[in-house]
Design a protein around this ligand. Structure first.
Ligand code: PEP
Ligand code: MG
Length: 889
C-alpha cells in the first residue's frame, strides 16, 4: 500500500483516503490552480498507527521521498539554516471535526534557520514572530502545554513594552519572547523544544494521528454517528506567508453569499496577516471587494478561480487564500456551509444555470432545513439592540425574562412568566429549568455541549457559546462586551437559527414559508418571495418523484383542513380519544360505572350522535381522501378523576357525613381500574373486547357518518383501525362484530359502504406474527411510538426527563429512538412485518403513524422498506413530502 500522496496524485473523490482537505487540495492542484506544493499522509497510515501504536514501517521512507521531491521543487530544504523550507502540518478527516488538532504552522524553524528566514524575507521581525508562533502552536497542540501560559507571556511582553497590539513588538522583543516560550516548553513538557526540523514534523504528524482519539473528538463522533475507525489524514504543505508586508495578506471567500445564495463578491480580507490573526480578531478585516483596490491582479485572479471552482464543484464553495508579496495561493476549498434559506435558493439557481438537474437539486436541501424555515422568526425590520452572538445550536425564536438558575426558571414559569435560562454552561441539574424555559443561552460550549444537545433533543431554542457575554450566576446577571448589565428579569430575545442575542422583546413574525403553505402568500419579487419561489419549485420536484404518500395525524376538521393545505393525502391516524373528553366525560363516566346492560347502552346511545357528528365533519374536510379512524386506545382511568384528589374529596365528605353515592361508586371504579403499568394494561383492543358495545358504537358512528356524507353527494373514504393488537384472534372478533354493524347500517340507510378494516402494528408480538394478522387486516399502520416503547422497554412518557440526557451525553444515542427510528431494532421488526404481511396479502396497504412518520431520516427508512405512506402531524407534512422525494430520487 501507498501511504503518502503528492497533491498532484489525489482528487476530490478520495475523501476516505485523503480526508476532505487533502482531497480538495489535490483537486485544486490538478485543476491547475495555485496551491502551495505538498503531500497528504493517508487515513490508512493513521489507522495503522492508532491500532499498533507505531507508524507503518514504510511510512518514514515514503515521507522522506515526498519531502525530497518537495524540497527539489521548492529549491530549499526543510529547516535549512540559510534558506529554510517551512511547512504546515494540518489534520483533515473525511468529515470536519471539532475537537481534533487543527494546524501547526512554520515547521522547520529553529535557532539556526530563523536567521535564514530573516535573510530570505529581508525581515528580521517577521522571522522571530514566525518562530514564536511555531513554539506556541507546537507547544500547545503537539506537546500539550497549557496555551494560556504562552498568552500570558505575550501579554506581559506587550505590557513591559507599553504597547497593545502584537505588531508593535519588535524583533528584539520577539527574540526575548522566543527564549521565554522555550523555557515554558522545557518546564511544562519536560523536554526542549526540538531543534531538528524532521523531528518537529514527525512529532506533529503523530500529534494529528493522536488527536483522532481525544475525548472531545470521540464524543463528537458518537453524537454525529461518525464511525470511529475512519482515522484522519495529515496534510504537509509548504508555507506561504501573508504577513510579509502590505503586499501580502490572507482571506476567506465564498463563491456566492452563504446567507442568501446570491451571486457576488463575498468574503473578508486582512492585509499583512496570517490565518489565525483573522480568527483571533486582532485587527479588523475588510470586505473582499476592497481587495480590488489593494491588489487588482490577485483580485482578478481570485474571481477567475472562484468561477472555475463553482463550475467544477457545481456548488457553493468556500475558500481560504493567502497572498504572499503579490502572489495568490489557494490554501483550502470545500463545498461551503450555508443557511437553510440559501440552500433552497442555491439549489434552484444552479438548476437555472444548467449546472445541476432537478434530482440533484433535491439532494442539495433537506427536511431539517425546511423545518428550520418553518419556525416563526424575529422581525428583521424591528429596531432592536443586538448584544451578542453565539452558536446557533437549536433553531427557533425565543423571548423571555432573563433568569440565571434552574430553580428561578421553574418558579417563574409556573407563575406564567416566559423565561430564558442563562448559564455559563448547563449540566444535568439544569434540566428542570431547561424544560421550563422558552429558550436557553450559554456563554460557553459548542454545538455538542450539554445545552446544545439537550435543547435540540427537546426542540427548544438554544444559543450556546456566546463568549462575549459574561455570565455571573452568583450575582444573577450578565454583562455584554460594551459593559451593559442585564439583570435577572430583564427581557432578552435569542435567535436559535442565527445565534444572535438581543436585549428586549423582538417581535416575532410568522415564517413566509408557512404563509406560503397556508396559501396566504405567493411567489413574487422581494426577498422572502424569492425564497418561497425556491421552496415551491423544490416541493414540486419532490412531489413528482416520491413514491411514499403523506398523510396527517389529525382528529378534527380544523387540523384536517390545515393538513390538506400542507399537502396531506389523507388522514393516517385519527385518535378518537379526544372525542371522549370535555363535556362528554360525563357519559364516559356513566359507561364505566354502569351496573346493568341497560345503563351501559344508555350511555353508549348518548355518545353515538356526538361521535357521528365528529366523523361527518372530518370526512367532509377530507372528502375524496382516505381517513383512518382508530378506535379508542387509552386506558379508561384516563377518563376518570385523579385517584388522590377523589380520595381526599370522598374522605372529607365522609367526615362531614355527606358522602354522595355517585362519588363513592366513582372511587370504587377508580380503584378497580387503577393499574401499575397502564401502558401495558387495559387499553386498545383489550378495552374493546372487555366493554361490550364500545367498539361497535364507534363503528356504527363511522358507518352512519359515511352514509350521511354519501347521501350528501360526498366521497367519504373511511378506514377503521384497531389499536394494540397482539394476536390475530383479537382482530377476528372485532372484525366480525364490525362487519355485522356495517351490514346493519347499510340495510337501514340503503347506502352501500366500503369500509376497510385494519390494525396497528405496535406490539412486538404483532410484528412477529404479522403474517397471521394480515389474514384479518386489510391494512397495517405501524405505531412506532408504542413499538419503540415495547421493543426497548422504555416508558415513552418518562424517559426524556429521566435518563435520556445521560444516554445522549454518553453518545449511546445520537438522537432519541422516539424521534428517529431505531433501524436495527424496531426498524428490523417493521421491515420483517411488512414483508410477512405482504406474503399473506399481496395488496396489504402499509403505513406508519408514529411520530417517526415526520422525521427525515425515518422517512428514508420507511421508503426503503416499501411502506405506502407515512402519517405525521400537519406541520411536518411538508418535511415528510420533501424527504420522501429525496428518498426516491
Ligand atoms: C403509536 O403508538 O405509534 C401510535 C401512533 O399510537 P399512539 O401514539 O396514540 O399510542
Ligand atoms: Mg400507540
Amino acid at each position: 500500500v501507498k501511504f503518502v500522496y503528492d497533491f498532484t496524485e489525489g482528487n476530490k473523490d478520495l475523501k476516505d483516503l485523503l480526508g476532505g482537505k487533502g482531497a480538495n487540495l489535490a483537486e485544486m492542484t490538478n485543476l491547475g490552480l495555485p496551491v502551495p506544493p505538498g503531500f497528504t499522509i493517508t487515513t490508512e497510515a493513521c489507522k495503522v498507527y492508532l491500532d499498533s501504536g507505531e507508524e507503518p514501517a514504510a511510512l518514514r521512507d515514503e515521507v522522506s521521498a515526498h519531502l525530497d521531491a518537495l524540497e527539489q521543487k521548492m529549491g530549499k530544504k526543510l529547516g535549512q539554516a540559510d534558506n529554510p523550507l517551512l511547512v504546515s502540518v494540518r489534520s483533515g478527516a473525511k468529515f470536519s471535526m471539532p475537537g481534533m488538532m487543527d494546524t501547526v504552522l512554520n515547521i522547520g524553524l529553529s535557532d539556526k534557520s530563523v536567521t535564514g528566514l530573516a535573510a530570505q524575507a529581508g525581515d528580521e521581525r517577521f522571522a522571530w514572530d514566525s518562530y514564536r508562533r511555531l513554539i506556541q502552536m507546537f507547544g500547545k497542540t503537539v506537546l500539550g502545554v497549557d496555551g494560556e501560559l504562552f498568552e500570558e507571556a505575550l501579554e506581559k511582553a506587550k505590557k513591559t513594552k507599553k504597547v497593545t497590539v502584537d505588531t508593535d513588538l519588535e524583533a528584539a522583543d520577539l527574540k526575548k519572547l522566543v527564549t521565554t516560550f522555550k523555557k515554558i516548553v522545557k518546564t511544562e513538557a519536560g523536554r526542549d523544544f526540538p531543534q531538528d526540523p524532521r523531528e518537529q514534523m514527525d512529532l506533529a504528524i503523530h500529534a494529528v494521528f493522536d488527536s483522532w482519539n481525544t475525548d472531545r473528538a470521540k464524543l463528537y463522533r458518537r453524537q454525529e454517528r461518525i464511525p470511529h475507525d475512519l482515522g484522519t489524514a495529515v496534510n504537509v504543505c509548504s508555507m506561504v506567508f501573508g504577513n510579509l508586508g502590505p503586499d501580502s495578506g490572507t482571506g476567506v471567500a465564498f463563491t456566492r453569499d452563504p446567507a442568501s445564495g446570491h451571486q457576488g463578491v463575498y468574503g473578508d480580507y486582512l492585509q499583512n496577516a496570517q490565518g489565525e490573526d483573522v480568527v483571533a480578531g486582532i485587527r479588523n478585516t475588510v470586505p473582499l471587494a476592497e481587495l480590488e483596490q489593494i491588489d487588482k491582479k490577485s483580485y482578478d485572479q481570485l474571481m477567475q478561480i472562484m468561477e472555475t471552482l463553482e463550475n467544477h464543484y457545481k456548488d457553493l464553495c468556500d475558500i481560504e487564500f493567502t497572498i504572499e508579496r503579490g502572489q495568490l495561493w489557494m490554501l483550502q476549498t470545500r463545498v461551503g456551509k450555508r443557511t437553510a434559506a440559501a440552500a433552497f435558493r442555491i439549489a434552484t439557481q444552479l438548476v437555472d444555470q444548467g449546472l445541476i438537474d432537478e434530482a440533484e437539486a433535491l439532494q442539495r436541501v433537506n427536511g431539517a432545513q425546511l423545518a428550520q424555515l418553518m419556525f416563526p422568526r424575529f422581525d428583521e425590520a424591528a429596531k432592536v439592540e443586538k448584544i451578542g452572538r453565539g452558536i446557533a445550536a437549536s433553531p427557533g425564536a425565543a423571548v423571555g425574562k432573563a433568569v440565571f438558575d434552574s430553580y428561578t426558571a421553574v418558579k417563574w414559569s409556573r407563575s406564567g412568566e416566559k423565561v430564558i435560562l442563562i448559564r455559563r454552561e448547563t449540566n444535568p441539574d439544569d434540566l428542570d429549568g431547561m424544560i421550563a424555559a422558552e429558550g436557553i443561552l450559554t456563554s460557553r460550549g459548542g454545538k455538542t455541549s450539554h445545552a446544545a444537545v439537550v435543547a435540540r433533543g427537546m426542540g427548544k431554542t438554544c444559543v450556546c457559546g456566546a463568549e462575549e457575554l459574561e455570565v455571573d450566576t452568583k450575582r444573577r446577571r450578565m454583562t455584554t462586551a460594551d459593559g451593559t448589565v442585564i439583570e435577572e428579569g430583564d427581557v432578552v430575545s435569542i435567535d436559535g437559527s442565527t445565534g444572535k442575542v438581543y436585549l428586549g422583546e423582538v417581535p416575532v413574525v410568522p415564517s413566509p414559508v408557512v404563509e406560503y403553505f397556508e396559501g396566504r402568500m405567493h411567489a413574487g419579487a422581494d426577498d422572502a418571495d424569492e425564497l418561497v419561489a425556491a421552496v415551491h419549485r423544490i416541493m414540486a420536484y419532490a412531489d413528482r418523484v416520491r413514491r411514499l404518500r403523506v398523510r396527517a395525524n389529525a382528529d378534527n376538521a380544523e387540523d384536517a383542513l390545515r393538513a390538506r393545505r400542507f399537502g396531506a393525502q389523507g388522514i393516517g391516524l385519527c385518535r378518537t380519544e379526544h372525542m371522549f373528553l370535555g363535556e362528554r366525560r360525563e357519559y364516559v363516566e356513566r359507561l364505566i360505572l354502569a351496573d346493568t346492560d341497560e345503563e351501559r347502552e344508555d350511555s353508549l346511545k348518548a355518545l353515538l350522535p356526538l361521535q357521528r357528528k365528529d366523523f361527518v365533519e372530518l370526512f367532509e374536510a377530507m372528502d375524496g381522501l382516505p381517513v383512518t379512524v382508530r378506535l379508542l386506545d387509552p386506558p379508561l382511568h384516563e377518563f376518570l378523576p385523579d385517584i388522590t384528589e377523589l380520595s381526599v374529596r370522598v374522605a372529607l365528605a365522609e367526615s362531614r357525613k355527606d358522602a354522595n353515592e355517585n362519588d363513592l361508586r366513582l372511587l370504587q371504579a377508580v380503584h378497580r381500574l387503577h393499574e401499575q403499568n397502564p401502558m401495558l394494561g387495559l387499553r386498545g383492543v383489550r378495552l374493546g373486547l372487555v366493554i361490550p358495545g364500545l367498539f361497535t358504537m364507534q363503528v356504527r358512528a363511522i358507518a352512519e357518518a359515511a352514509a350521511e356524507r354519501k347521501n350528501a353527494k360526498g366521497d367519504p373514504r373511511a378506514e377503521i383501525m384497531i389499536p394494540l393488537v397482539g394476536t390475530v384472534q383479537e382482530l377476528e372478533i372485532v372484525r366480525d362484530e364490525a362487519e355485522q354493524v356495517i351490514a346493519e347500517v347499510q340495510a337501514a340507510t340503503g347506502v352501500e359502504l366500503k369500509l376497510a378494516l385494519g390494525t396497528m402494528i405496535e406490539l412486538p408480538r404483532a410484528a412477529l406474527t404479522a403474517g397471521q394478522i394480515a389474514e384479518a387486516a386489510e391494512f397495517f399502520s405501524f405505531g412506532t411510538n408504542d413499538l419503540t416503547q415495547t421493543v426497548w422497554g422504555f416508558s415513552r412518557d418518562d424517559v426524556e426527563a429521566s435518563f435520556f440526557t445521560a444516554y445522549l451525553e454518553k453518545g449511546i444515542f445520537g438522537v432519541s429512538p422516539f424521534e428517529t427510528i431505531d433501524k436495527d431494532g424496531v426498524g428490523s421488526l417493521v421491515r420483517n412485518a411488512a414483508k410477512a404481511g405482504r406474503e399473506t396479502r399481496p395488496d396489504l396497504k402499509l403505513g406508519v403513524c408514529g411520530e417517526h412518520g415526520g422525521d427525515p431520516e425515518s422517512v428514508h427508512f420507511f421508503h426503503e422498506v416499501g411502506l405506502d405512506y407515512v402519517s405525521c402531524s400537519p406541520f411536518r407534512i411538508p418535511v415528510a413530502r420533501l424527504e420522501a422525494g429525496r428518498a426516491a430520487s
